[in-house]
Design a protein around this ligand. Structure first.
Ligand code: PHE
Length: 485
């Protein structure tokens, strides 16, 4: 309708000067006319120019007076033609706001005598305010004075009206040609008669319904790439269930250590114990716990096999490292660089930064004669690839490393040193019972995957990152991960 009217009008006329007037003349909805104008313009059937006009619309109060009359007239009519009415009586006859505004306006107009008694001062009044409001409501022009007084009384507010003036465009035709948009069989058969719609290379494609990587997976990939660039091999971490032996005992962690309590560790009910352990190695581990050896005094307690047999959800990926080092010790020695990134479990109270499960990133290097200097050097290399080049180390304690160091990095954004990981050199009490040569040293470090991910993606509650409360939309919209650039 609107399209025919516009194209038809332009066939015989130079231009449409005002889309608003045009709509009114042809009895068309202006919004519809605007939509058609935009569409015709996009195909260059027409050229357009914006028109902006300030118009006035009635406020709710204005609409009310336009329908019911101004308060001053309502008040005037409530006063008897002859005699007077008490102010109280008059108040009862009118709505509170009408009474209040009516009194002041009718007083100002000198229509009524206001005292304890109210009486008319003139015979007849004209409701100019209502008249002016109706005029605006109907879209007619009003004079400056009435606009100003209605504006001051907050009965009208300005509104920007947008319309267009329209002329023929370079592709003008009295009727829009249907263009083919699809390469269907039929369209290809009579392509000579058809006009095809041009490709719009600027258009956004429809969003693809596809799988999306979780932020943790994206950051994990970056860490993996760094390890691989540094020549590390990935350790097999595909067992969440581990025996206490590999998780703790092999790491020279005494059986009465608080981390081995059920308050800190999840133990399995079924199967509650492991089936097999390498017996001769178990014997050496028992001995080093009880009475030491290899230059150590041990812990001096009765080591219990039942405690070592207990199955648990691994509390750190260092359990995997201990298995790998033991396996390495069973063959002629070759130096190795290993890493792993996988899930671990701890019986923790859940809060903004802790869950009962998280991911650990772990790296280790095993070679003859390594020193603490090597560990510091490797850590500097590793973390500088993550964009963290200001590092500091603080002496710490782990049952399985000596010396041990916490790793701190200067966070430019936070303006302070933040702890980013833990590291150390595995103790001889751990390595020698495995059967590794005496001069072999192992340097190792670990950190969580969640912490850097939360920093990189600006997430401050771990429950927004992992678990059933995660917003899937967020995962779809997360940008690719770039670290260390
Ligand atoms: N396993 C340690 C932890 O759970 C991390 C670590 C790994 C520390 C290797 C030292 C050496 O925090």
């Amino acid at each position: 309708m609107a399209e025919e009217a516009i194209l038809g009008f332009l066939q015989n006329n130079e231009q449409i000067t005002d889309s608003g007037q045009f709509s009114a003349e042809f009895n068309l909805d202006h919004n519809e006319v605007v939509n058609v104008i935009k569409s015709l313009h996009a195909f260059r059937y027409i050229d357009v120019q914006d028109i902006k006009k300030e118009t006035w619309v009635l406020t709710d109060e204005g609409k009310k007076y336009a329908a019911e009359g101004s308060p001053e007239v309502q008040l005037f009519l409530a006063v008897p033609e002859e005699g007077s009415i008490s102010k109280d009586e008059l108040q009862k006859k009118l709505a509170p706001s009408v009474f209040k505004i009516g009194c002041s306006q009718a007083g100002k107009n000198k229509w009524v005598e206001m005292g304890k008694q109210v009486s008319r001062k003139v015979k007849h009044v004209e409701d100019k305010v209502k008249g002016q409001l109706l005029q605006i409501q109907e879209g007619k022009e009003s004079d400056k004075d009435s606009i100003n007084s209605l504006k001051a009384r907050k009965l009208i507010v300005p509104q920007i009206w947008k319309g267009y003036s329209v002329k023929k465009g370079p592709n003008y035709a009295p009727e829009r040609k249907k263009v083919a948009t699809d390469l269907t069989r039929e369209n290809l058969q009579n392509w000579k008669e058809l006009e095809f719609k041009e490709y719009n290379f600027e258009a956004k494609g429809a969003p693809l319904e596809a799988g999306h990587l979780h932020a943790l997976l994206k950051v994990r990939k970056q860490f993996k790439d760094i390890f691989v660039q540094m020549g590390f091999e990935e350790m097999p971490t595909n067992n969440f269930v581990e025996s206490s032996f590999w998780n703790f005992d092999a790491l020279f962690q005494p059986q009465q250590h608080p981390a081995r309590d059920s308050h800190d560790t999840f133990f399995l009910k079924v199967p509650s114990t492991t089936r097999t352990l390498p017996e001769d190695y178990v014997e050496r581990v028992k001995r080093v716990h009880e009475s030491g050896g290899y230059g150590s005094r041990g812990y001096n307690y009765d080591w219990k096999r039942e405690e070592a047999n207990k199955n648990l959800l691994r509390t750190h990926t260092t359990a995997v490292s201990s298995r790998m080092l033991y396996a390495l010790a069973q063959k002629p020695f070759v130096p190795k660089k290993y890493f792993s990134i996988d899930r671990v479990f701890r019986n923790e109270a859940v809060d903004r930064t802790h869950l009962a499960e998280f991911h650990q990133i772990e790296g280790l290097i095993c070679d003859r004669g390594l020193t603490l200097g090597d560990l510091i050097g490797v850590l500097k290399d590793f973390f500088s690839r993550l964009g963290m080049s200001k590092l500091r180390f603080k002496p710490a304690y782990n049952p399985y490393t000596e010396p041990s160091m916490e790793i701190f990095s200067y966070h430019e954004g936070l303006g302070k040193w933040v702890e980013i990981g833990n590291s150390g050199m595995f103790r001889p009490e751990m390595l020698l019972p495995m059967g590794l040569p005496e001069d072999v040293r192992v340097i190792a470090w670990g950190l969580s995957l969640e912490r850097p991910t939360m920093i990189l993606y600006g997430i401050d509650n771990i429950r927004d990152l992992f678990g059933h409360k995660v917003d899937l939309d967020l995962i779809k919209r997360n940008p690719i991960c770039r670290i260390g650039i």
